[in-house]
Structures are given as structure tokens and as C-alpha cells.
Design a protein around this ligand. Sequence first.
Ligand code: PAF
Length: 306
Amino acid sequence: MPMPCTKKSLHPMQIITTPNDIQSWAIAARNQNQRIGFVPTMGYLHEGHCSLLKTARQHCDQLVLSIFVNPTQFGPNEDFDRYPKNWEGDLDRAKTCGVDIVFHPDAEGMYPTSDKPNPIEDRVHTWINALHTNGSHDLLHQLCGQFRPGHFQGVATVVAKLFDMVQPHTAYFGEKDYQQLQVIHRMVDDLHVPVEIKGCPIVREADGLAMSSRNTYLSITDRKRALCLYQAIQTAQRLITNGCTNPLRITQAAMECVQSATDRIDYVTLCDAKTLTPLHTWQAPSVLAIAAWIGTTRLIDNVIFP
Ligand code: PAF
């Protein structure tokens, strides 16, 4: 069961809405030798976000939470327009988790209008998109990259911008978005960004469903069907614990679970934990990663085999 957040902030929480103001705040905090911890989010906070905030709270003097639904990481037919929002609920959770600063910019601030006001993608003149690992394999085109073209460029670009604004010492990301975490590791390594990246474990509901803001889209019946992702993970874990080292057998068994209750599967892949290239022979560390659809809701989940 996820633990409730307990730590209270000693100072009133501040809301900052412009890149200039957060940057000035960050410079002042750094000048006072304050350690800045940062949790970037798109809001609609749940216990998964809360666990990131709790972890961050223990290791920093100033805890910054950003809430920004980033338009450039959504494809044209994705859920940008209906992405769930709960501003008051988010502020309550943020306070309970000891957040010092909520950074809540708008799209105009993050992507200022230039000569090309719309679509928003045209306002971005500099993208972060060169995320090659080696030769023909690159992180952007594995797993979700095949199904969400442009998504990780949008993520890497907005995270790079947020890092420049918030200037954190350490930033915290959930392992549920495993590929996103690897893309960000790669981005900070490649660009020598002086931010330490910490991945934090997936937080699950009591019945095993990985926490996600998008779970709110699921009806009661669909939520039950969604449990097949966790069942697939448990099946793979059982096989591996029992000595199976055949990636094909492991993915097939997981695939059967996912097939049993979802409407469409994007992938069920056992892959190298760093490059995310699919495995043909067993190796560790590896990750079994899943993306599948229940109706119009796309869910992802994974398990790491260290
Ligand atoms: O994981 C998310 O919520 C988003 O992808 C992130 C990292 C906040 C970038 O918009």
C-alpha cells in the first residue's frame, strides 16, 4: 500500500508562473547554497507523484514541483485536450508533501509566440532530438517511440527547458515511464547538463495497477481489464524466478495475459535496460515493457530485472 505523504513544508508554498521569475528564484536560492530538488509533472497528482516528492523532500532544501501539460509531447490524435486537471487537489497534495515552490507556467510562457504563432510545434526552433545510443539503435525509436512519433523530442525539449529555468541539483522521475527516464539520462549525459537524475520505483494500487493520471479515463469494468498488465508482469517474474532464460517464452507468456483483456497491444518487449533494444538471449539488467490499449486509453507498465 502506498504510504501517505507526511512531511510538512516549514514555509508557505509559493506559486510561480513565469520562466523569468522561477529562474530569478533559482539563482537566489543557489546563491544561498540551497539544494534544489525538482519533480516535473503534468499535474493531476496521485500517490506516484507524491512518492517522488517525498523522496525529493528528504534530500533538498528547496522542493520545486512543476505542473505543465506540455503540448509538444502529444501527437495530433492524442489526449492533450482532455488531459485530466485538478488544480486545487494538486495544491493540497503539494502542500502535504512539503513542496516549497509550484512552478505553473502557461504554454505562452514556455513556448513564446514568435513569427509563427501556431501550431505550437512551429514555435520551437530548437528541439532536443539527437538521442542516439549506438549506430542504428536509438532510444527514440524503441518501444513507445515507434507508436508516438515526436513524443520523446517533446519530453526532452520541455525537460531541458525546465532544467534551465528551475536549475535543480537533482530531478526525480518515475520508473513507470521507463523510456522517458532513459531518454532524460541520455540527454543530460550528452549535453553535460549538471542535474542528477533519480529514478523512483513504480507505485501501484492495492490490486497492482500502476498509478497513472490516465487511470481516471477507465470505467469500472475497464479498470478491471487493465489489471492484465500487472498479471503479465507477475507471469514474467514467476517464469524468471523459476529459471526461465528464454526471452521469447517470457514475452509470449506476458503477451498472452495482455491479449486476454486489452483491445490492442502496442508492444510487450523484453529489452536491454539501458539501450531498450529487444533481447534475443537473456541478459540482465533488462526490462519487460508493455503498452496496450483499453478502449481509447493507452496504458504502460514495466518491470526491471536487475
Ligand atoms: O512524466 C511527465 O509527467 C512528463 O512527461 C514530464 C516529464 C513532466 C514532461 O512534460
